[in-house]
Design a protein around this ligand. Structure first.
Ligand SMILES: Cc1cc2nc3c(=O)[nH]c(=O)nc-3n(C[C@H](O)[C@H](O)[C@H](O)COP(=O)(O)OP(=O)(O)OC[C@H]3O[C@@H](n4cnc5c(N)ncnc54)[C@H](O)[C@@H]3O)c2cc1C
Length: 478
């Protein structure tokens, strides 16, 4: 019988919240273990969670590959590059994606070794109440261990939400897992849910040749995005051929032998039936507390099934913390990481901090959409007096040289103090451009601060400076 191994900190879950918390805790001098259940195709460990295995990383790999394919087919000719005999090698595209995932999996194994984090491959569950040694935890096969922890950080992530009556089979009805591994381009692809994941996955398969129909329940498109930006996105996606239908009520979903039929009511209340070769369901994600035995120790969940935490990620149990997708707040990898670091620092008696007002959001479609802070509709609803300034990429020299002039940068600043309250970007490399806005908001910068900073020419970031100038109607190039 194996003896109980004792640790200062045990992290349950090796996704971005968990593995980063484990590394930071080890840096702070604690003895740390991380337990993760995910396995690769060969049954070995697959550290990195949803993000690395079936989320951020593989989706961005396929978005990049499919964008190259689309450019080669449609926009290279304009650059004077004639491509003949263009052919899709989907097998190679998926293999490249898998290689990138594996590099990330292996990278975390290396980081654990470097930081002396002990890794256990298996599922961890609470084995009973805390003793003098801490919380006893059992770890299932292949590790088969009993360990104890003075502090437990739960970072067990989330799972794709199913539609009632339409369980994922990952052959016809796909979650993100299946959507990232379709082995032949479906002629007709249905996507239920026009959120971030639905739009990203829909874009990948549209670029590769699918006719994509998106069915969204809400009457508005991208409700969390600034209205002006969402409207622009809607127009651009429609022009690309993404068929987005809002205000749909989904009815019976019936898988056949090689296709799946979806009965729904459109926004006009008309009964419709659509038949797809594959159907992706991307209607949100549910917190994952499966197999944790939370009830054994009385770990409290909230009414939506998330682990209940306070602003510092403390649960109702002493020395048990929870971070990432399994707790309230945006389901984003970088939010999970920030919480992981903050909790490790709090355990060490430091003042870890996560600023929820400056968490950037990105949708990696083409053009990309990125924002930080408040939208115009939020400011209006809160009765905050603001000034708005926009600058179109059409008037930016670098965007013209790139051949990607769609979209704009938009600044929202306090009408009295000029403090930046929100920055919204739709356009090329919005995911990178947003970092300047995040830094500015962290330092409570005014729009004038950005307007006075020298930006390299020609660069997309000049559009950011110009949008800041637009706050006071002083754009120089538009
Ligand atoms: C298709 C897709 C694309 C995405 N793209 C982005 C993006 O571009 N940017 C972004 O910021 N976010 C993106 N996300 C969201 C991002 O993946 C999540 O927010 C992030 O992974 C959450 O991290 P986490 O550490 O909380 O949980 P997870 O990454 O879900 O990791 C949890 C880990 O815990 C393990 N686990 C669960 N229970 C146990 C247990 N009892 N014992 C041991 N191990 C356990 C799981 O196997 C998993 O490995 C995307 C998500 C999807 C699905």
């Amino acid at each position: 019988m194996s003896t109980t191994k004792q640790f200062d900190v045990v992290v349950i879950g090796g996704g971005p919240g968990g593995y980063i918390a484990a590394i930071r805790a080890a840096q702070l001098g604690f003895s740390v273990a991380c337990v993760d259940a995910a396995e690769n195709a060969k049954g070995g460990p697959a550290l990195g969670g949803t993000c690395t295995n079936v989320g951020c990383i593989p989706s961005k790999a396929l978005l990049q590959s499919s964008e190259h394919y689309e450019h080669a087919g449609h926009s290279f000719a304009d650059h004077g590059i004639d491509v003949s005999g263009l052919k899709l090698n989907l097998g190679q595209m998926l293999k490249r994606k898998d290689t990138i995932v594996k590099q990330n999996n292996d990278g975390i194994v290396f980081l654990f070794k470097k930081n002396k984090v002990t890794f256990f491959h298996g599922r961890a569950s609470f084995a009973g109440a805390a003793t003098a040694e801490g919380y006893p935890l059992s770890v299932s096969a292949p590790a088969n261990e009993t360990i104890s922890a003075k502090h437990v950080i739960v970072a067990t992530g989330s799972n794709a939400r199913e539609l009632p009556g339409a369980p994922f089979d990952e052959k016809l009805i796909l979650s993100n897992t299946g959507a990232l591994a379709i082995d032949a381009v479906p002629a007709k692809l249905g996507v239920i849910g026009a959120g971030v994941i639905g739009l990203e996955m829909g874009s990948v398969w549209r670029r590769l040749g699918s006719e994509v129909t998106v069915l969204e329940g809400l009457p508005v498109f991208l409700g969390a995005v600034d209205e002006q930006i969402a409207k622009e996105a809607g127009k651009l996606f429609a022009k690309q051929g993404l068929n987005i239908n809002l205000g749909c009520k989904i009815g019976q979903i019936t898988p056949g032998k090689n296709n799946v039929s979806v009965a729904y009511e459109n926004a006009k209340g008309e009964a419709q039936t659509a038949v797809f070769d594959k159907l992706i369901i991307s209607i949100g994600r549910t917190p994952n507390t499966n197999g944790l035995a939370a009830d054994k120790v009385g770990l409290q969940l909230d009414e939506r099934g998330f682990i209940a935490v306070d602003g510092d990620c403390k649960t109702n149990l002493p020395n048990v913390w929870a971070v990432g997708d399994v707790v309230r707040g945006p389901m984003l990898a970088h939010k999970a990481e920030e919480e992981g670091v903050a909790v490790a620092e709090r355990i060490a008696g430091q003042h870890g901090h996560t600023n929820f007002n400056t968490i950037p959001w990105v949708i990696y479609t083409s053009p990309e959409i990125a924002w930080v802070g408040q939208t115009e509709q939020q400011l209006k609803a809160a009765g905050i007096a603001y000034k708005a300034g926009t600058f179109p990429f059409m008037a930016n020299g670098r965007a013209r040289a790139l051949g990607d002039t769609s979209g704009m940068v938009k600044f929202l600043a306090d009408a009295t103090t000029d403090e930046i309250l929100g920055v919204h970007i739709i356009g090329p490399m919005a995911s990178e451009l947003i970092a300047e806005a995040v830094v500015a908001m962290e330092f409570k910068a005014s729009a004038e601060d950005i307007a006075r900073i020298c930006h390299a020419h020609p660069s997309l970031s000049e559009a950011t400076k110009e949008a800041a100038l637009a706050i006071d109607k002083r754009t120089l190039n538009f």
